[in-house]
Write a protein that binds this ligand. Structure first.
Ligand SMILES: Nc1ncnc2c1ncn2[C@@H]1O[C@H](COP(=O)(O)OP(=O)(O)OP(=O)(O)O)[C@@H](O)[C@H]1O
Ligand SMILES: [Mg+2]
Length: 365
């Protein structure tokens, strides 16, 4: 956006921001607007910055009218065409020697569904239409889906392709940084969270951990988990708070359990019980799980499987995405630690026990 600020009006500035949900597109566009406004106050009053969301203003006319009102023009509800409104806006900019940055957020809605609306066609051709001698309107266009630009007219596409900024899903590290950033801003008490809690959310959401990479989901988890802890009179968020919150947003597919045989279920039950017993740590060692699995087998009067089979269960359940494992550095020798993420443990325990008992009953018949 440098050319816009340094030499406004000489070249058309069009920036296209593309990226999946929660990757910071709207945030960056608005940060830019704020920076511009701060600058505008310091220097001259040359720039206008208007943010529009195409999901809220769904037609070209609605966008122009919102835009016009935002820069202080009075536009009657009826009687003017969209071209009339656009002309008034340009006239105003010209008369006052101002330049406008228009953000069109959630443009997918118009790009994909509203071919006849042609707002981009209008706005990218202002220079040619002879309205004005300078490029008075610059565009920041925000899209989620790269495919929705395909549905645009080829000539529009080529004029839009100047500056494409791609937003990538966030990694675990980035999600963790964003959460700590919120703590610094004072949105969350530092005492309410811990490295372990932040890492748990990072693992659930981080794109490199097969999560969605969506910052909004991470912040939502934090909010819901915080409320849950508060409701229960605790000052700190527990792992189970995070699990509960995550499962509200992305429910665990309980039907996966139907694919497991009796001993895989018993293994999972052992894991769930051990995890439930600890509040603020989310990993347990496989050795502990195996020990508890043997105890549970005894309780149910069934013979535990051999050590090697136990390892096959771990393999299979992690391939199915039900559990996660990590090599452990603690203690002597190479061990593995294991966890179950984003699932409320108590509910899961009930579901497992239900299936274990059904299976045992069928066996005995
Ligand atoms: N890098 C970041 N640092 C701090 N907060 C962030 C960052 N990226 C995103 N967020 C926060 O995450 C939330 C979602 O971000 P934002 O609204 O910018 O996503 P988006 O890319 O516009 O998503 P969508 O396509 O769904 O509209 C916001 O609350 C935003 O403040
Ligand atoms: Mg957005």
């Amino acid at each position: 956006m440098r050319p816009f600020v340094l030499r406004p009006g000489v070249v058309p500035v069009r920036v296209l921001m593309i990226g999946p949900p929660g990757t910071g597109k709207t945030m960056i566009a608005n940060k830019f607007g704020e920076a511009l406004k701060a600058r505008r106050i310091k220097r001259t009053l040359k720039f206008e910055f208007v943010y529009t969301n195409c999901f809220i203003h769904r037609t070209t006319f609605a966008i122009y009218r919102f835009l016009a009102r935002n820069i202080g023009l009075t536009i009657p509800d009826k009687g003017l065409s969209k071209d009339d409104v656009l002309r008034l806006i340009l006239q105003y900019l010209e008369d006052n020697d101002k330049y406008l940055i228009l953000v069109l957020d959630e443009l997918d809605y118009i790009a994909r569904f509203d071919k006849k609306e042609n707002i981009l066609y209008d706005l990218t051709r202002l220079g040619e239409a002879g309205y004005t001698t300078k490029y008075r309107i610059s565009l920041i266009m925000i899209l989620r889906d790269p495919f929705s630009i395909r549905s645009l007219d080829g000539s529009i596409r080529s004029t839009l392709a100047h500056h494409v900024i791609r937003f990538e899903p966030y990694t675990k590290r980035e999600i963790e940084d964003i959460i700590w950033g919120r703590v610094e801003e004072g949105a969350i008490y530092e005492s309410a969270i811990s490295d372990e809690i932040v890492a748990t959310i990072g693992d659930l959401v981080g794109h490199d951990k097969m999560g969605p990479g969506d910052a909004r989901i991470a912040l939502e988890i934090l909010l819901i988990a915080g409320r849950r802890a508060e409701r229960q009179g605790r000052g700190a968020i527990s792992i189970e708070d995070v699990n509960e919150a995550f499962s509200l947003i992305m429910p665990f597919p309980v039907s996966l359990l139907d694919y497991l045989d009796l001993h895989e279920l018993l293994f999972l039950l052992a894991l769930v019980e051990l995890l439930s017993a600890q509040k603020y740590v989310r990993w347990v060692s496989t050795g502990m799980v195996e020990g508890h699995y043997r105890e549970i087998c005894e309780e149910y009067g069934t013979k535990p499987r051999a050590h090697t089979t136990f390892w096959e269960y771990i393999q299979r359940l992690s391939i199915m995405g039900i559990i996660s494992t990590e090599p452990s550095t603690k203690g002597r020798g190479r061990t593995t630690k294991i966890t179950l993420q984003g699932v409320p443990l108590r509910k899961l325990r009930d579901e497992i026990i239900k299936r274990v008992e059904e299976k045992l009953l069928r066996k005995r018949k």
